[in-house]
Write a protein that binds this ligand. Structure first.
Ligand SMILES: Cc1cc2nc3c(=O)[nH]c(=O)nc-3n(C[C@H](O)[C@H](O)[C@H](O)COP(=O)(O)O)c2cc1C
Length: 197
């Protein structure tokens, strides 16, 4: 990689890594898209982990969500990040792995607060049709966090969606001229080329 590509690659690493823990960072939320029966599906999710060396990032979800079943059938994804501050768009593509009740999910579950754990204790499958408006968290925990020991069953529904990316499309907007390139990851090799913005 030449100097300019190396700078871009390192900036992606820095920006994505810092967005994991900074909820105010525009990259903290992203649009995650997949395909189900040839129809596009897209939704907002929260960035939970990023490693450029391992070529992965992650978000958390509920195993009962339709997207999990869809991703088990077709694991291809596209993920879109945009920072209006930096005027940078990142578009990742690759294949997901659903982690459930393995060492990683058990370890991650330990770090999740009781208030967040409530979301995995809802009586309904996310996205299912319901008779009346309902927040899908247990009634007892609506206005106060449960004790940690009351949330342990949530792990049955908790999954980590691990997105293994094989390409990153980088676009930087500037009045003096936009700049765009694509990184492709094949095994341990990285290839990169400029693209017309
Ligand atoms: C700001 C925001 C953050 C969200 N974060 C997540 C998330 O991290 N994981 C998730 O599964 N759903 C998250 N959601 C809900 C999804 O956008 C979506 O409504 C839900 O997962 C159902 O999607 P599905 O029917 O495609 O499975 C979030 C929604 C918003 C508005």
């Amino acid at each position: 990689m030449n100097k300019k590509f190396t700078e871009i690659y390192n900036s992606i690493d820095i920006d994505m890594t810092s967005a994991v823990s900074d909820y105010k960072d525009p990259f903290h939320l992203f649009s995650f898209a997949n395909s189900s029966d040839n129809n596009p599906e897209i939704r907002t999710v929260v960035l939970r982990n990023f490693s450029i060396d391992k070529r992965i990032f992650e978000f958390h979800s509920d195993i009962r969500s339709p997207k999990i079943e869809q991703l088990n059938i077709n694991p291809n994804f596209s993920a879109l990040f945009y920072s209006p501050d930096k005027k940078i768009q990142l578009r990742f593509s690759g294949i997901v792995k659903i982690l459930h009740k393995d060492t990683s999910t058990k370890k991650r579950w330990q770090g999740i607060s009781s208030s967040s754990r409530r979301c995995y204790l809802g009586p309904y499958s996310p996205s299912s049709t319901i008779e009346i408006d309902h927040p899908n968290i247990p009634e007892d925990f609506r206005f106060g966090d449960p004790k940690k020991e009351e949330t342990e069953n949530g792990i049955e529904n908790f999954v980590i969606v691990q997105c293994k990316f094989t390409s990153i499309d980088y676009l930087s907007l500037k009045y003096s001229g936009h700049s765009r390139c694509r990184f492709d990851f094949i095994g341990k090799n990285v290839s990169v080329c400029w693209l017309a913005p």
